[in-house]
Design a protein around this ligand. Sequence first.
Ligand SMILES: Cc1cc2nc3c(=O)[nH]c(=O)nc-3n(C[C@H](O)[C@H](O)[C@H](O)COP(=O)(O)OP(=O)(O)OC[C@H]3O[C@@H](n4cnc5c(N)ncnc54)[C@H](O)[C@@H]3O)c2cc1C
Length: 460
Amino acid sequence: MLNSKVLKEITQIVGKENVFTAPEDLHCYAEDATLGVISKPPEAVVKPGSAEEISRILKLANKEHFPVVPRGAGTSLSGGAMPLEGGIVLETNRLNKILEIDKENLTAFVQPGVITAKFHQEVEKLGLFFPPDPGSMAVSTLGGNVASSSGGLRGLKYGTTRDYVLGLQVVMPWGAIVNIGGRTAKNVTGYDLTRLMVGSEGTLGVITEITVKLLPLPSHSRSMLAIFDQLDNAAETISAIIANKIIPCTLDIMDNNAIKAIEAASKVGLPLEAEAILLIEVDGSIEAVVEDELQRVQEICQEYKVREVQVARTPEEKIKVWQARRNSYGAFNKLNNTDIVEDVTVPRSKVPDMIRVIRDLAERYDLTIATLGHAGDGNMHPNIVYDRNNKDEVEQVEKAVDDMFAAAIKMGGTLSGEHGIGLTKKPFMKWEMGDDGIEVLARIKNALDPNGILNPGKMY
Ligand SMILES: Cc1cc2nc3c(=O)[nH]c(=O)nc-3n(C[C@H](O)[C@H](O)[C@H](O)COP(=O)(O)OP(=O)(O)OC[C@H]3O[C@@H](n4cnc5c(N)ncnc54)[C@H](O)[C@@H]3O)c2cc1C
């Protein structure tokens, strides 16, 4: 419990205008974007304005033993940003400055509360490119992206957030402000603490500055929709494109349930009777190479009995469909009161098998599952849409999720390709990491945060 003395000290650190304790202000912090999980509000929401303030708060938390849950925009889909044990939510939205974009060294230096899409716009104005593009990027923060190592539609060719973080400033649980990694392209000084912190989901430190690498913005891109009458053919096309040594920047799939829900919500002209659509984009800096890839991808689609390939004629045509895809979560939420977005990821060659497993599970457990995903990198997002007030259905969902994770792990895959473990996938961690693997996580956590103040109850 936060007693009045502790609250007074927190208020002295950040100023009273940055501490919120009224129930109506706290209510929404009991949730993030994860549906079907119930938590309780924190005792206070605190919005610090500097690393020094965060350091003082963490020192106090260690002394008084209250939990601190770092939070960006709260778009986590694994319950990562939910407080479980009271204490404070530490929101980073005042730390929202792009401190520097270094054109000479192709790096940028930002605070964690910067909105991802805003950062994209600023670097692109300079002809530069920061590829990680989670579907939530219009609202998500770079700090949340780094803490979750988020991916996105461009992950296949360009990788995920992890691949772009060069250095970090982190406030450690005991209050030390440390700078790890750096600004250089190469850095092997000491353990790779930067990698440890990326994806640590707010459990090992509070990220207060981020140095990322940038790329030149590709000058040419072509995008298309490949429409299939058979889901299996679409799945086989994904493997065939990559086996033909073409790496599109986007290679996403939508099954029929996804197509219908997205079309109903966005009205972008998707064919409702198609069993699957692939969203494909090729890009690069040499127009002839991009055009050649476009041609070859179309030929592969033909080999696998595509019904039609629609190549976008204008950037607006592409944006319309890509935007609808990004808004798909809202579309699925209209189908019922709960949508669990799973995140199973398998080796690319196993994508057709995983798609079949998901389809069979929907049938076996009589569930609505709308699947889309960054299929080119094996990352599937089956959306299980159900009524959380129907106990029988909830049981069926739980069984389907168990079976889905078991199948993914058996195929050499993983529980989460990009959404993180947080709360919802915690029970399954042992399946993938085993007891010894979990013990390594526990020893790292205990060494860095022996009082367990940072985001307790998450990850393992
Ligand atoms: C519509 C929608 C689409 C999405 N699409 C994608 C997608 O394509 N790819 C993908 O990977 N994810 C996706 N997500 C999930 C989510 O948006 C990402 O995980 C995102 O990176 C979270 O950012 P955030 O600012 O909202 O972080 P939050 O949800 O606030 O926090 C996420 C985690 O990071 C920790 N954290 C936040 N800030 C800090 C900090 N400064 N220091 C330490 N820890 C911190 C939190 O404690 C929590 O564990 C989607 C979510 C939604 C709702």
